[in-house]
Design a binder for this molecule. Structure first.
Ligand SMILES: Nc1ncnc2c1ncn2[C@@H]1O[C@H](COP(=O)(O)OP(=O)(O)OP(=O)(O)O)[C@@H](O)[C@H]1O
Length: 247
């Protein structure tokens, strides 16, 4: 297996990010927000609604350059090294599932063998379907396939399981873990679902209400296959003891 991101962590050090509202009022979204995600670690940014999680991801994805501070993305400058999965699957409607995935690939990888990836995500029979033929759950799986196919050094996920029924969301979390375990990639996922964060992460980065800064870390050192319902209850209890009222 290829080393992913060559040992370099994702480093974030944002001094300040402000927005100006339509009425000209300044809103400080992020203030002294600093953290690292180690190579191959799956981290969740967990914080109350409106605290600045999506703003952070937008900055890290280069979609918002208007902030004070800096960050370092492993593998930056080395081709297509980040991938993102958003709440909206953002698939091209006139392309099939497979075409959507292949179009995201750098030219040299366009003919890559994607059989295993599609199989792991339960999409083997859906490759020729168009987005309009997919349920939201299937469209989210296609978006996951597109992100993992590029073999990124860092993967950003912004609440990829919201607005799904719980059963579908749970199936997708397991599929995400299967595909991530096949190639553990430095990942940063935004969520305000504590249970989801405890199931998926190596480390939870707990954020304050706006302006977001790091309140503390919660490390989940157990292998994921050991996180059974009883263990999850214990983890929830310890989290609430450490961060009372955090979410
Ligand atoms: N383009 C914008 N203009 C003005 N204010 C903005 C803009 N984008 C975000 N904000 C404000 O910045 C703050 C942080 O927003 P952000 O979407 O990052 O929060 P969040 O933690 O992702 O919220 P949620 O969990 O509800 O998705 C909010 O108060 C929001 O209203």
């Amino acid at each position: 297996m290829q080393p992913v991101g060559a040992g370099v962590p994702l480093r974030v050090d944002i001094a300040e990010k402000t927005f100006k509202s339509a009425e000209g009022v300044q809103v400080t979204a992020l203030k002294e927000l600093a953290f690292e995600v180690r190579q191959g670690e799956f981290a969740c940014l967990l914080g109350p609604s409106g605290c600045g999680k999506t703003t952070t991801l937008r900055i890290l994805l280069g979609l918002d350059r208007d902030f004070r501070g800096s960050f370092q993305i492993p593998g930056a400058g080395d081709g297509n090294r980040t991938a993102a999965v958003f709440q909206e699957p953002t698939l091209l409607p006139w392309r099939t599932v497979e075409q959507n995935v292949r179009l995201a690939l750098p030219k040299a990888m366009r003919d890559a063998d994607l059989d295993r990836l599609f199989k792991t995500l339960g999409l083997a029979d859906m490759r020729t379907l168009f987005p309009s033929e997919l349920s939201l759950g299937l469209a989210r799986r296609a978006a996951l396939a597109r992100a993992f196919a590029t073999e990124p050094a860092v993967l950003f996920l912004d609440e990829p399981f919201v607005s799904l029924d719980e059963q579908t969301a749970e199936r997708l979390r397991h599929l995400l873990l299967s595909v991530w375990s096949a190639r553990p990639t430095t990942a940063l996922m935004v969520t305000h679902n504590l249970r989801e964060a405890l199931m998926l992460s190596d480390r939870i980065i707990v954020l304050s209400p706006r302006p977001a800064h790091v309140v503390g870390y919660f490390d989940v050192r157990l292998p994921r296959h050991n996180r059974n319902p009883q263990v999850m209850e214990d983890l929830l209890r310890s989290f609430h003891q450490k961060f009372p009222g955090a979410v």
